[in-house]
Design a protein around this ligand. Structure first.
Ligand SMILES: [Ca+2]
Ligand SMILES: [Ca+2]
Length: 140
């Protein structure tokens, strides 16, 4: 990973549960975007994990969060999902692409905290219903 490498999400939501927006990356002091060509959940998982929001809720293409400006750093990313940052993923070369900013990639990441909370409640309700059903059969 390049020492002068930063990532942020622009024009979306940023709170303790969700972080979303246009993917912007700083390389050599310049913020740029990622082209949506080949942009998928595996690539996005690298961004989300680096930002401390380990769950990918959705990926976006076609400048869903508005068009960025300046460089378009990456296109045709092929991450395995294990990389520390996008510049460790396979790609066609920094700044090499045939994309426009109308193709800027976006992502919605989640901390997963509220998701776990929801599912614990759902599982508890399910368990109670199963027990009620079971006891109803016993007493009939
Ligand atoms: Ca495209
Ligand atoms: Ca990809």
């Amino acid at each position: 990973m390049n020492a002068d490498y930063h990532v942020r999400l622009v024009n979306g939501i940023h709170n303790s549960t969700v972080y979303s927006g246009r993917v912007e990356i700083m390389i050599n002091g310049e913020w740029g975007t990622v082209c949506d060509n080949g942009w998928d959940t595996t690539d996005a998982s690298v961004v989300c994990r680096q930002l401390g929001y380990p769950v990918v809720l959705a990926t976006y293409s076609s400048a869903h969060f508005g068009r960025g400006s300046g460089a378009i750093w990456f296109g045709d990313l092929q991450c395995s999902g294990e990389e520390e940052s996008l510049d460790d993923c396979s790609h066609i070369g920094i700044g090499r692409h045939n994309c426009g900013h109308y193709e800027d990639a976006g992502v919605a990441c989640s901390s997963g905290k509220n998701l776990n909370y929801c599912c614990i409640i759902n599982r508890t309700i399910y368990l109670v219903l199963v027990l009620l059903y079971y006891y109803k059969i016993q007493f009939l």
